[in-house]
Design a protein around this ligand. Structure first.
Ligand code: CTP
Ligand code: CA
Length: 222
């Protein structure tokens, strides 16, 4: 399938994207993380650049090369990602939250490596800030796009998530169809309902998602 889209569909738009996992340190050599290759987020950043946008990518640790012609900020933890997003969000037209942010972090980070002793070890976890919710609650918020990766009951969870997060557009996928690979399958959910995209490469899906999104953006005033 050929991707044909006007290359200027997002010209002049400032777009902030989060991608990849976060890692929450336990001690100097260990952490808690989510499984995420970062491929979908990087594909979206790349596609947005190709469509003329001015893109800032805030990425957790991945094995990917940062796209060219884009400002990339590397972070490790959810708190760092949150702080980087909050520092960059002013003046952005669009925020696309693709990152698989760890929902919890260890309450305490041990400064020394934890040595193994007992047969069991308990970690106490505390909630991380919800970056997408924080952005979508800003008084002068950009157009917000969320992702939902679910293991089951995709549409049910995703519909609920879009309303809870108060975002106009949410891209839902099943972890079994998306994680790690170059291909994925996505259902877009907006006020008009559900729009399943054909399964394909993350590059193709990124273009289709951005094309759909471009039609939802308020007309430029500049
Ligand atoms: N998200 C975020 N910050 C977090 C958690 C999630 O910005 N601390 C964003 C993700 O990037 C994604 C959306 O919120 O765009 C949904 O993430 P998801 O993990 O599916 O939803 P949660 O609200 O965390 O709910 P749960 O994990 O319980 O399903
Ligand atoms: Ca989560």
């Amino acid at each position: 399938l050929q991707v044909t889209c006007p290359s200027n569909l997002l010209a002049g738009k400032r777009i902030l994207v989060t991608a990849g996992p976060t890692i929450e340190a336990i001690d100097p050599v260990r952490g808690i993380t989510n499984f995420s290759s970062g491929k979908m987020g990087y594909a979206i950043a790349q596609a947005a650049i190709e469509m003329g946008a001015d893109v800032t990518l805030i990425s957790g640790p991945t094995a990917l090369t940062a796209p060219r012609h884009c400002t990339t900020i590397q972070v490790t933890s959810a708190q760092q990602m949150h702080d980087a997003v909050m520092a960059e969000v002013r003046g952005q037209d669009v925020f696309i939250a693709v990152a698989a942010v760890a929902d919890y972090r260890p309450r305490e980070v041990q400064s020394q490596k934890i040595k193994k002793h007992a047969d069991t070890l308990q970690l106490e976890l505390v909630r991380n800030p919800d970056i997408l919710a924080a952005v979508s609650n800003l008084p002068d918020r950009p157009f917000c796009v969320g992702f939902a990766a679910e293991s089951d009951q995709l549409l049910e969870h995703a519909r609920k998530k879009r309303l809870q997060k108060n975002v106009p557009l949410l891209a839902a996928n099943l972890v079994s169809e998306a994680m790690g690979g170059d291909d994925s399958r996505i259902v877009l959910i907006d006020d008009h309902g559900e729009h399943p995209l054909p399964s394909g490469s993350k590059t193709l899906l990124a273009h289709m998602l951005l094309q759909h999104m471009a039609g939802m953006l308020p007309p430029s005033t500049t």
